[in-house]
Write a protein that binds this ligand. Structure first.
Ligand code: ASP
Ligand code: MG
Length: 420
């Protein structure tokens, strides 16, 4: 079995879905297809959740309509055969979504979020399965909420690997003559049967979980880029394709912010020595990137990762005490329990400096978190640049004329916090 993951851009409309079918047809292997929500559906569903929680019925209804009309347009464009059952199912899904407005809201907001936002993948996978059937590919739709078991940590479920493996293997064994399975990325379920999500952009991770459970031959993530590049073409010209890199290098790049794969994707694959390909759905014949076992030497060409719109936050104790282990453990606890991700950290005797994504925090609330013992100073709109396999020349070139607020270097990696 091979596992393929198609992201939101690869299934964004009728033509894109037909292109996916073309790619699938190129392979004669048994395939397990993991699909994300179409285009920006997840963002639109986040709007639905926002209006539901704000008890704004008119905005709730109009945001639901945006998602519904988008999917109806795709369905109309596709003109699928025998799609009455599917169309009715989709109407039922939207009816159920609308009803949520009138059912009591759980005090656990993450629970509400997951029940609603998961709809995007359910819709895209049902539509893709029907497109495949219309194109005479014998596809079997599977519900990821019967396959991937997580704990009750809503918005970022932790996978129960044993249960998940057991469930996936059991399910696949029930369809010995099916060649192609279609399921959802991003979602799982709790032991009580509630839907959970695995964190934004989590469909790559779903593909890795399924591959792990099935000890798949390999995984391919189909993207709108030719593979993993050494820099984002949005910010750099002359980017190079990383043809073959190790699991370790891929994890480091993803951790530093390379957005090509979700950072959690590599570990399950490394654990079972399953190769990960990143290929272009626009150019499926090209080789793309392969991420595999170390023995094959990494191409140590410099890679650049840019994270814009960062906040540099500097935390210090109000009574002039040291930022020692005790103080740090308090500071970390507050980051952790409020699910705030730290992109970089550094400390001195009196200060603990961190970088956080501006669009994921509310500065007022963040400062409150550290009161009363600590106070915070911050710089907004700073940029974090990470260079893997840097050389002095490259660094000099990159920071020329910029103000460096903070820097860190190890043997392989140099990181700079630069003001605008
Ligand atoms: N649809 C989800 C998101 O946009 C998961 C994914 O695309 O990987 O975050
Ligand atoms: Mg997506």
């Amino acid at each position: 079995m091979k596992v393929f993951k198609f992201g939101g851009a690869s299934v964004k409309n009728g033509d894109a879905l037909k292109n996916v079918v073309k790619i699938i047809r190129r392979f004669e292997d048994r395939l397990f297809i993991v699909v994300s929500a179409m285009d920006k559906t997840t963002n639109c569903l986040e709007e639905v959740v926002k209006h539901l929680l704000a008890r704004d019925e008119a905005s709730f209804e109009s945001s639901v309509r945006v998602v519904e009309e988008f999917h109806q347009t795709v369905l109309n464009d596709l003109a699928l055969q025998d799609s009455e059952v599917l169309k009715q199912e989709i109407r039922d899904l939207f009816d159920a979504l609308r009803k949520r407005y009138h059912t009591p809201i759980s005090e656990h907001l993450g629970f509400e979020y997951d029940q609603i936002v998961s709809l995007g993948e359910v819709l895209s996978s049902k539509i893709l399965a029907q497109v495949l059937l219309t194109e005479k590919v014998a596809a079997q739709w599977l519900d990821a909420r019967q396959l991937i078991r997580t704990d009750n940590h809503y918005k970022e479920g932790n996978v129960d690997w044993d249960k998940t493996t057991e469930k996936i293997q059991f399910k696949i064994e029930q369809f010995p003559d099916k060649l192609c399975f279609v399921s959802q990325g991003f979602i799982g379920h709790t032991s009580e049967g509630f839907t959970t999500t695995l964190g934004r952009e989590g469909s790559d991770y779903s593909a890795a979980i399924i591959a792990y459970a099935l000890t798949a031959e390999d995984v391919t993530i189909w993207k709108d880029v030719p593979g993993m590049l050494n820099a984002d073409p949005k910010y750099f010209s002359n980017t190079q394709l990383l043809k073959s890199i190790s699991y370790k290098e891929a994890i480091e790049l993803a951790y530093f912010g390379a957005s090509v794969i979700h950072p959690k994707t590599v570990k399950p694959l490394q654990n079972k020595n399953i190769k990960l390909y990143i290929k272009s759905f626009l150019n499926p014949e090209s080789d793309g990137t392969v991420i595999q076992h170390e023995q094959i030497r990494d191409q140590l060409i410099p890679s650049f990762i840019v994270k814009k719109n960062q906040i540099l936050l500097s935390i210090s104790a109000n009574d002039f005490s040291f930022i020692n282990e005790e103080a740090l453990s308090k500071v970390f606890e507050r980051f952790y329990s409020n699910a705030i991700k730290i992109n970089l950290m550094q400390n001195s005797a009196l200060n603990f400096s961190t970088l956080v994504d501006a669009d994921k925090v509310d500065m007022g609330k963040l400062i409150e978190l550290f009161k009363p013992e600590f106070s915070c100073k911050y710089n907004e709109n700073v940029e974090l640049i990470t260079i893997r396999h840097y050389t002095p020349e490259i660094v000099a070139d990159l920071v020329a004329g910029r103000t460096i607020l903070l820097e860190q270097r190890s043997r392989q990696t140099a990181r700079f916090v630069l003001s605008k």
